[in-house]
Design a protein around this ligand. Sequence first.
Ligand code: SER
Length: 891
Amino acid sequence: MKTHEIRERFTKHFVDAGHTNVPSASLVLDDPNLLFVNAGMVPFKPYFLGQQNPPFESGTATSIQKCVRTLDIDEVGITTRHNTFFQMAGNFSFGQYFKRGAIKHAWSLLTDPLDKGGYGLDPDRLWVTVFEHDDEAEEIWRDEVGVPAERIQRLGMEDNYWSMGVPGPCGPCSEIYYDRGPEHGKEGGPAVDDTRYMEIWNLVFMGKERGAGIGKDDFEIIGDLPKKNIDTGMGVERVACILQGVDNVYETDLLRPVIDVAEDKTGATYEGEDTSEADNIRFRVIADHSRTAMMIILDGVTPGNEGRGYILRRLLRRIVRSARLLGATGPTMEAFIDTVMDTMAPSFPEIDENRERIRSVATREEQLFLKTLSSGTRLFEETAQAAKAAGSSKVSGERAFELHDTYGFPIDLTLEMAEEAGLEVDMAGFDSAMAEQKARAKADSQKKKHGHEDLSVYREFVDNQPTEFLGYDRLESGGNVIGLVRDGKLVGEAPAGTEVEVILDATPFYAESGGQLGDRGVIATPGASLDVRDVQKVGKKVWVHKAEVTSGGIAVGDAVDAKVDGQWRHGARQAHSATHLVHAAVRQVLGPTAVQAGSMNRPGFLRFDFNYGEQLTEDQLREITDIANQAVDTDWQVNTFETSLDEAKAMGALALFGENYGDQVRVVEIGGPFSMELCGGTHVEHSSQVGPVSVLGESSVGSGARRIEAYTGLDAFRFLSKEQALISGVSTALKTSSEDVPGRVAQLAERLREAEKLVERLRRERLLSQGGDIAQSAELVGATRLVARRVGDDTTGGDLRTLAADVLGRLDGPAVVALAARDTAKGKVPFIVAANEEAVSGGHKAGDLVKLVGSYIDGRGGGKPAMAQGSGAKIDGLEAGFAALRDELRG
Ligand code: SER
């Protein structure tokens, strides 16, 4: 049975039983605790916690959620169960059915015959585990479902109690296992061997809430959830293994084709007779990572050096490296990605609309890595040689880190290369360099937003007192201080002169998000005034106003008047709407693969990043500017409205990073199809209010991404008028009209270049014209002709060299030329000694003579026997130096 059909049967089973079918959420949700969605229940978390009512009439839902787990990336391919991407099929009950319902639903889908819509699994091969204290679940399995008592095992907290690993919903669980047969391991059930007995489905009886604590079993249970819920997760890929009769996930219909292509591209054979296990693992890494990378790119991530972008980069580079180690010499990425897009597209039709974009992101990263791969390899080889020459057997930790950090070499590549070269890597040094960098990056990013690193002080507010945002249609409102934070700690009050973070129950202040910076303004009570300098959102729900108390004191419980600086907001709205116009214009000019990658807007200025592989031409940039300004001129009405995600997408709204479905989304529309985006920002009401948009230019921001920066509104006008004044100044100075300025400047530059060439030629001629006279002044010292002279000030080292060679060429017999000059700007004395062949064979080497002269003028130098140069500091010693030279030649 194909994987796609396994999915369809799952959905049908639960929809027939009244569940609402909910499409998979994006892998990338706006949750600071989560790099990627890693379980089917993640999008439903607010419903489990009772923070929101589930929008499903039946109170039940089913989904097949895209999941990524990259914690154990190094395990991929070594065990055959680890996949970084997988699909979790689940059914969810919010206060409806509980243990009995969940168990029966799962059992019937697994064991019902194929013609009844089930998977037709042999019930005698199924085992279950329950939590050690869960008598009820065991009784249902044994007495109502009929699973023999010996195939039900009780396990402890670590195995059979599920939570997200952080505070949130949790509960005991019951897992269903499939016995793959004695060739896969020991008898004795999942408690003994979880390779032979493969977990396929986890049923969580989610009725509790967990507190802080560590890991899977060391935490406190703080209480009951408002309702008893069900959260289940069935591993679609694992069921596919069983139903397709294959040994592991890499052999299923979704991944095996990638392995076939990899064989083709590398010339190696997967699981061939002579294939090493290391090579088999490389094949599996290629298959697994190609799919995960493809799915992550689909959801809007691009390769980078942090967070999600870094994971993607790591995945893609592991593919490149693995292919290379298997024997590929050229690019292979396109073939892998195309294949996995083909296998996944039946279940994820949106892949087809994004093929070109996905392919180009992946292949560009490959190109980039192939470039540093060879320069990094060179660096490595030099390092290895140097280590050997120095009699060391180690590559230093810093060098390994440099390879990782600058050349993008995953450490295991460095390790492998070191082993080939018979060397070791100082891993402790590498780890500490790495840890240092990570700690720096982490502290930086937390600090940037909050000035301190611990966000737990806001927890209570996030969970129980979300801020009401009033700022879409008001700039001023009353509110109450419900929390104050100073230096990362909750405090009761803050006196004048202090910096404090203020949390209100309701606020008109916009908090930084979607690229738009937080509002500035004032929070006041009858006795106090606070200057709001920034506003950040914590956990999507709590607005944190970072303010300075400018007079009086503020305390928790105070009623305040919160007032946004109207000027600020006006500018921010202009810039944000302008960003949408520029985005629309970029797509119109460059095509739909130019997907937004990030943005920043503050009053008067915007920055817009998007994926695009090449530098934009001047014409493209001009066209983008023109389209954006035409949109301003058209004076479109700007409409904002809320709707469901599906509807918004159907209307063509651009939704890049996943919104939590089930939620209403906010759509901002300017000129209908011209620009329609999901956006929570504040905007102008008519496009003409944006004012002029003046693009400053475009630049590259890392691999495959470009950045456009522009001024908006009055700032754009001021920028343009300043430019205008500048041009008019230039044209007056050049005595030409402003249209002729570029031509005139080009002409002048050309003439300047010619003049410089001429000056250079004359200078050399003059320099060399002295050669004859200088040679005339040669004295005979012993058997050697010697010229030792100070020449004109500011003759450069290079000129001294040229001159010395010229003079030497004019002298017969053994000859030595020593020239020095004074560098008036630096107060240095560059000097040169040249010796011809006869002098050298007579024992007078320029390198030695330079050192001799240098010792009299506080100088150092060195070079070859025929020509050496140096630099001194004390011109007064020169004559003594030359005298010593004479003595030396005299022998
Ligand atoms: N949340 C549970 C899991 O991830 C069941 O869906 O295993």
